[in-house]
Design a protein around this ligand. Structure first.
Ligand SMILES: *Cc1c(COP(=O)(O)O)cnc(C)c1O
Length: 428
């Protein structure tokens, strides 16, 4: 495949945008080569500026769970746009999407909308600190919660890819309030809690990790966190920006039967427009301004176009719950196909999968936390990435990312992908 126009466009972009991109992983630094400039997308396919068609396994990093340019979402946005694009005043639409989200997700009474997953997590932590009147937080190495200061401590995919687990610009004062634990390691969490008695406001966790590849929680991990939080007056925050409305209508809370105190959303909830949200039981949410003392605001929060897109997306998922099963079956099919051809070609690998999330790691050992995820062979991954790209398959340009399966993928697409893996495996 040729990427002549993409290369030209990237050169132009680099002159006026740092690194040519508005979010670092897009720049292909971890895999080398030139980022591909997209012209359009429909269903399971991307069409780039050189006229190539690619099967998309990133799907805007998760949101496009029903495929690109999903008709009901597109129509909802167009119709709303005609009526004005932003008011900075309440609209009925905000209540409609809030009510639907609250009805789909267990254990939440109220939800507030923001403009990104970053904002959702940042606000959730502020709320937890205000509510508990404590300062410290526990996060897990390799979990990503957006790019706000408190979280840029071993923050998964993007940050790790660039070898800057702790970003300059985050003050020592801020960093000292973020305690770092190993994913799937309850003992580690328990030790941190003991060492910081009555100082920890919240534990924030990706209840299924998706930013160091896909790492499901070990049996008992989420239950253990829940118990420790309850016993120590710590709020448990599930960052479901990636998993919410993807692994189940009610996210990992529904799957695991573990209740979080605050839940963060993004990605799917916005149907492809910039949306994030955080939610909790009323007692906690009422601590937010204007009812309570914890301040949080946004000029474009609850934006009508974004809410129209999100509402159309949630309605589609709510009215066809079989989607989640269908997605899981497709993902399993892909898993089994890839496993078979990699084995036949004597490639060393581990595949992690849950629901519609899957990741391929070039290492023999189980991938259960950041350390084991980081052990994978990056040189093989680079070759694999470019090989797949050459076959017309777009996976994330970093070994630390999950593949997101969309309902728009057909079994023909999956077979095509498995054949591509087979071809590429022979070159590794
Ligand atoms: C993507 C992501 C975020 C950040 O969301 P943005 O919309 O990119 O700010 C936070 N948490 C998780 C788990 C994510 O996957």
């Amino acid at each position: 495949m040729l990427y002549k126009r993409s290369s030209q466009l990237f050169a132009e972009a680099e002159k006026v945008i740092p690194g040519g991109v508005n979010s670092p992983v897009r720049a292909f630094k971890a895999v080398g080569g030139t980022p591909i400039f997209v012209k359009s997308a429909k269903g399971a396919y991307l069409y780039d500026e050189d006229g190539n068609r690619l099967i998309d396994y990133i799907n805007s990093w998760g949101p496009m769970i029903l495929g690109h340019a999903y008709q009901p979402v597109v129509e909802a946005v167009i119709e709303k746009a005609k009526l004005g694009t932003s008011f900075g005043m309440p609209t009925e639409l905000e209540t409609q999407i809030a009510a639907l989200a609250v009805s789909m997700v267990p254990n939440i009474d109220k939800i507030r909308f923001v403009n990104s997953g970053t904002e959702a997590c940042m606000s959730a932590v502020r709320l937890a600190r205000g509510f508990t009147k404590k300062d410290k937080i526990i996060k897990f190495a390799g979990c990503y919660h957006g790019h706000s200061d408190s979280f840029l401590i071993q923050a998964g995919s993007g940050a790790i890819t660039f070898g800057s687990p702790n970003s300059p610009g985050v003050t020592a004062g801020t960093a000292k309030d973020t305690l770092l634990a190993n994913y799937n390691d309850l003992e580690n969490v328990s030790t941190l809690i003991e060492a910081n008695k009555n100082e920890i406001a919240c534990i924030i966790v990706e209840p299924v990790a998706g930013n160091m590849g896909c790492i499901p929680p070990n049996i008992g991990f989420l239950e253990g966190l829940r118990q420790m939080c309850t016993e120590n007056n710590i709020l448990l925050i599930f960052d479901e920006v990636m998993t919410g409305f993807r692994l189940a209508a009610g996210g990992v809370q529904e799957l695991s039967n573990v209740n979080a105190d605050i839940v963060c959303f993004g990605k799917v909830i916005g149907g492809g427009l910039p949306v994030g949200a955080f939610a909790a039981r009323a007692e906690i949410m009422n601590y937010l301004a204007p009812l309570g003392p914890v301040y949080q605001a946004g000029t474009l929060s609850g934006n009508p176009l974004a809410m129209a897109a999100g509402l159309a997306m949630l309605k589609a998922l709510d009215s066809d719950r079989a989607i989640f099963k269908r997605l899981e079956e497709k993902t399993q099919y892909l898993h089994e196909g890839i496993e078979k051809v990699l084995k036949e070609n004597n490639i060393i690998f581990t595949i992690n999968r849950i629901g519609s999330m899957i990741s391929v790691h070039f290492d023999a050992d189980p991938v259960v936390d950041f350390k084991s995820a980081a052990k994978g062979d990056n040189e093989i991954f680079k070759k694999f990435f470019h090989g797949m790209l050459n076959e017309g398959i777009y996976i994330a340009p970093s070994a630390y990312e999950t593949w997101f399966i969309t309902d728009a993928l057909s079994y023909e697409d999956l077979d095509f992908t498995i054949r591509a893996v087979e071809k590429v495996a022979k070159t590794l």
